[in-house]
Design a protein around this ligand. Structure first.
Ligand code: AMP
Ligand code: FE
Ligand code: FE
Ligand code: ZN
Length: 283
């Protein structure tokens, strides 16, 4: 049983359509795959249909952009009701922040001598409501300014680089209970992969668990063996589920191939059971 609980499609910043991601997942020998686009459930319908015809098991999800202690944290929400009004409202605010950041990034790039238009970005991001830095990166690639996304981030889009602009993200301590209230199961994505390691301590995880956090994405390419070991111990101490996943972005992210990390069947069973309970608890 091969289970990968974190992938992206063109509904956000992946490079394949939701159906193509499902096909790639089946070809990679996965039995279960979660589609977890950034801040949107837009890809679910297409993925559901494709998964059904391929005979692969789809877990619907959303990777929500949140903030904790002034630091960006990605929260995976599994199996929520995507039409829950409070969840929709929270996601709409994040999506609005993403949209208004694009002109800010373009102005910053212009000040650095690089002319890129909103149309240039629209051409490479068509179809997503969650426009992000990877789309600006793709527009830079299309213009021949850089060779690939990695170079675009290094030279222009990472914090401190000339094209960077910050954006709104929802408060993690609000989103965790909100996901549960929407019938979903919240799991912190790649907690120590980037800048959040100092704030996501065991004490912080304990506090988040009391708000309804269900698990930690331990096995992720952004975590080395030592980090995984410590995170696994924290999850064990706090009785949180442990997940593993690829964070696949098609050709948009190297070294994140489908199935490169996987989740144990009993951990997925636990997530599914929590989702059933969360649904049942809704009034
Ligand atoms: P944003 O949410 O718009 O700020 O963009 C962040 C997203 O960019 C992350 O979720 C990753 O998918 C992607 N990303 C970050 N760094 C890189 C990189 N070096 N190469 C490719 N994609 C990246
Ligand atoms: Fe991404
Ligand atoms: Fe992420
Ligand atoms: Zn992701």
């Amino acid at each position: 049983m091969r289970i990968d609980l974190h992938t992206h499609s063109r509904a956000s910043d992946g490079t394949q359509s939701p159906a193509e991601v499902m096909r790639a997942a089946a070809e990679a020998g996965l039995d279960v795959v979660a589609l977890t686009d950034h801040d949107t459930a837009q890809g679910w319908a297409e993925a559901t249909e494709a998964a059904e015809s391929l005979g692969i098991d789809l877990v619907t999800g959303i990777e929500v952009s949140t903030r904790f202690e002034h630091t960006g944290v990605h929260l995976l929400a599994y199996l929520p009701d995507a039409e829950d009004p409070d969840l929709v409202l929270a996601l709409d605010r994040v999506l609005a922040g993403r949209s208004s950041r694009v002109p800010a990034m373009l102005a910053n790039l212009r000040a650095a001598g690089i002319e890129l238009s909103e149309d240039d970005v629209r051409r490479v991001s068509a179809g997503t409501p969650a426009t992000g830095r990877p789309h600006v990166a793709d527009a830079l690639v299309a213009r021949g300014v850089v060779a690939d996304r990695a170079e675009a981030f290094e030279r222009y889009l990472n914090p401190g680089r000339p094209g960077y602009a910050s954006r709104y993200a929802a408060d993690l301590e609000d989103v965790v209970p909100l996901v549960v209230a929407a019938g979903g199961v919240p799991v912190v994505a790649h907690p120590w992969a980037r800048s959040a390691r100092p704030v996501l301590t065991e004490a912080a995880f304990a506090q988040l668990r009391d708000l309804g956090l269900a698990g930690i994405e331990v096995d992720h390419q952004g975590h080395d063996a030592a980090a995984r070991e410590v995170l696994r111990a924290i999850a064990r101490n706090l009785d949180l589920a442990v997940t593993g996943s690829s964070d696949y972005h098609g050709s948009g992210k190297v070294d994140h191939d489908l199935g490169c990390n996987t989740t144990a069947p009993e951990e997925l069973a636990r997530i599914r059971e929590l989702a059933v309970n969360a649904r049942a608890a809704r009034t």
